[in-house]
Write a protein that binds this ligand. Structure first.
Ligand code: ADP
Length: 696
């Protein structure tokens, strides 16, 4: 270990418990909750194994008036839930970590759509997060009930093995709603001056302490500045921390509110590593207790300097722990170059909140630890490891596949890439404005490829079908990617745009823009029918070069996918700031020199004069090599090739995370019955043991 990093491995006492080092996995959503107990246990357990001193659940509601279903929380209502999370506490303890339970009440923001009870809050004010939610103003009995349930939840938590129980107020949930004059307009003893607004939170801490006694550490999570209208600013947060300090064993600090979660889970596009220190770096003056902070930290030198400087005692992480569950161990063993650094893309959040199951752009095993049995650092030797494998193309899919095959012990894996550099589409994506940190996808794999003696990377060689057959491999995996349609084929018409061809000087595709092609005049239309980062990225890039840019999208909003990653509002603000004019709901149907035309969302004609148009409509697989190879089975046989597979965009152009997953999956299953088809995974269904099946 680098001696500079030794400070990160000092134990830290939090109340009655001791953390073995300073790495703390703060609570984060997963989509597992108490619904997928084995997945939950395996995901947190792998982090415990990787060296984190504590692993925490996601938000754990204990009361039916705080129920966000169908979003999946660690509902912690009864003994069944205890049994579910016991698997997680056991997994944490098996590897020497403490387990934290983030007990939570969402107050005003919770629609309770399935439990069908009203939201409760300090005052009857419409939620600034959820449309059409107006809460009941809590009566004295509601306050007593919620506090009692909180304490009972903490006791159940203790009894199923949790070492740390939370009074979670951050993200403008119930305790912070009481603390904030934005939510709290009460005139009884729970509203008014700060000490009265603090009363609910303080009393809750007291009843939780009375409940668990000295058996658990009590953590409280607080946003020290809401960075929006939610009402809490640093001065009052410091005052509250000072007031509550005797009741708390650990302060878990962050910024933002749930309506401005984008400022807490800040993406790399708009927030630097450690950005939260601007607010959370100054709370030491208010507390004598340990502090854990976050800020997408992945750099050990930075972590050590934060601790050494006294700002925080513990380095908190959600996203960096998902990207690399073994981050602490890699630092401990001096293998910092192997850290799989979080890209800050918030694909994890898209996966949890949008698709109901955690995943990661960088770490293909995240969320797959139990259901597919994938461990991030352990790989079985493939039963066909003696075969030579050729991977054609070193984009995200090819790189990940080669690394994983290498780790599965194949004697000879060759990755052959046409370009002079590995990375595939990442070569140009990382050069788009604000997307530099996404380059970590390539950087990490470059390091891993260089360390694997059984993997050889060949660049600057484009393979033909004949070249593949002559190569000498027995297994061929084609990962040749995709390209943007130069004719503007798009989802709304399934036809080329009239007059579109990327061979014309005034029609461009993203790869050409990134290769230097520009229109002859100053006006450019970027036409985005895809809806994620490429259209806005190109628009910002060329706007900054001085072009007058119209970003036209056929979709209802500019970049709807960015809303799933919490980036949408900032992205649109950013484009506005860069001088890009945005047009929504417009379908471009024809391109001619000097002009594009089509129709708006109401079917009315729409046109604008322009010197060029960049088409970001859809991608098309580069599958010609694959098709040529599989078309001639006897030639493959004559060449000694036993199998040809394809992965990534060459199969279907998808998100980067899915190309990486695809590359990883085929390598994990390369010795399975049919590697072309993914094996079934465990869905953790609750299958009733009832016969006959009830009819209603
Ligand atoms: P994916 O995301 O599926 O990995 P990319 O488009 O990012 O796809 O990467 C595909 C890579 O394959 C590119 O770097 C491209 O240069 C390379 N490639 C495409 N065709 C060939 C070929 N015939 N021989 C070698 N490399 C190729």
């Amino acid at each position: 270990m680098d001696p500079n990093h030794e400070i990160l491995f000092e134990p830290v006492r939090i109340g009655p418990k001791t953390l073995r080092n300073r790495f703390y996995q703060v609570p984060h959503c997963s989509g597992f909750g108490t619904e997928k107990p084995w997945t939950q246990a395996a995901h947190r357990g792998v982090k415990a194994e990787g060296g984190w001193a504590a692993v925490s659940t996601e938000y754990a509601p204990f009361s039916p008036d705080s129920d966000e279903a169908p979003l999946i929380a660690a509902r912690f209502w009864d003994e069944d839930d205890m049994r579910a999370l016991r698997l997680m506490t056991d997994a944490a303890h098996e590897y020497g970590a403490l387990a934290g339970l983030e007990l939570y009440h969402g107050g005003a923001h919770i629609a309770n759509n399935q439990t069908r009870v009203p939201a409760v809050a300090p005052s009857q004010l419409a939620s600034d997060l959820e449309a059409h939610v107006v809460p009941k103003e809590m009566e004295a009995g509601d306050i007593e009930r919620v506090q009692r349930l909180w304490a009972e939840g903490a006791v159940r938590g203790r009894d199923c093995g949790f070492d740390i129980v939370y009074v979670y107020g951050a993200h403008a949930y119930l305790p912070m709603q009481f603390l904030s004059p934005f939510y709290n307009k009460r005139t009884d003893g729970y509203g008014g001056a700060l000490k009265d607004r603090a009363r609910f939170w303080l009393e809750t801490l007291e009843v939780v302490r009375d409940g668990v006694g000295a058996d658990c550490a009590i953590a409280s999570r607080i946003a020290v500045d809401a960075l929006g209208p939610a009402g809490i600013h640093l001065d009052e947060a410091l005052e509250f921390i000072h007031l509550a300090d005797d009741l708390v064993d650990l302060w878990d600090v962050n910024v933002g509110s749930i309506a401005f979660w984008s400022k807490d889970s800040g993406t790399s596009r708009y927030f630097e590593e450690g950005y939260q220190l601007e607010w959370t770096g100054g709370i030491r003056e208010a507390t004598a207790k340990p502090i854990v902070g976050v800020g997408r930290l992945t750099t050990p030198d930075r972590m050590a300097s934060i601790v050494r400087g006294g700002a925080w005692d513990l380095i908190g992480a959600a996203r960096p722990s998902i990207a690399d569950p073994f981050l602490p161990q890699k630092i401990a063993e001096g293998r910092t170059d192997e850290i799989r650094e979080c890209t800050g893309s918030n694909v994890c959040i898209m996966k949890v909140d949008g698709f109901g199951h955690l995943g990661c752009i960088q770490n293909a095993t995240a969320g797959e630890e139990h259901r597919r049995g994938w461990h991030p650092e352990r790989f079985s030797v493939a039963s066909n490891a003696g075969k030579g494998v050729l991977v054609v193309g070193a984009g995200p899919a090819g790189m990940e596949c080669a690394v994983t095959l290498g780790r599965r012990g194949f004697e000879a894996v060759h990755v052959v890439e046409a370009s002079s550099e590995i990375g595939g589409r990442m070569r140009w994506i990382r050069r788009l404005p604000t997307l530099g940190d996404w380059g970590r996808i390539v950087d990490h794999r470059r390091v891993m490829l260089s360390k694997l003696r059984n993997v050889e990377v060949v660049t600057g060689r484009r393979l033909s079908a004949e070249g593949v057959r002559d190569y000498g491999a027995q297994i061929v995996i084609v990962a040749t990617g995709s390209h943007w349609s130069g004719e503007g084929v798009q989802s709304s018409t399934h036809e080329p745009i009239d007059g579109a061809s990327a061979s014309l000087p005034y029609v461009l595709v993203p790869e050409q823009v990134m290769g230097g092609k520009r229109p002859a005049g100053p006006r450019v239309v970027v036409y985005d029918a895809e809806g994620y980062f490429v259209g806005p990225g190109i628009a910002e890039l060329i706007a900054k070069e001085g072009f007058a840019v119209d970003l036209v999208t056929s979709l209802d909003v500019v970049s709807p996918i960015s809303d799933l990653t919490l980036e949408g509002p900032m992205l649109r603000q950013h484009l506005h700031g860069a001088g890009v004019t945005m047009h929504r709901g417009v379908t471009i149907l024809a391109i001619e020199p000097g002009r594009v035309s089509g129709e708006d969302e109401f079917g009315e004609p729409w046109a604008t004069d322009t010197d060029g148009v960049v088409l970001v409509t859809q991608q098309v697989s580069d599958d010609a090599l694959y098709r040529e190879l599989v078309a001639d089975r006897s030639a493959l046989e004559a060449a000694g090739i036993e199998a040809v597979y394809r992965i990534g965009d060459c199969v279907a152009p998808r998100m980067i995370s899915e190309a990486i997953f695809d590359g990883h999956r085929i390598a994990r299953e390369i010795d399975g019955p049919d590697p072309a088809v993914a094996l079934a995974f465990d869905r953790e269904r609750h299958v009733p043991d009832i016969d006959p099946v009830p009819t209603r």
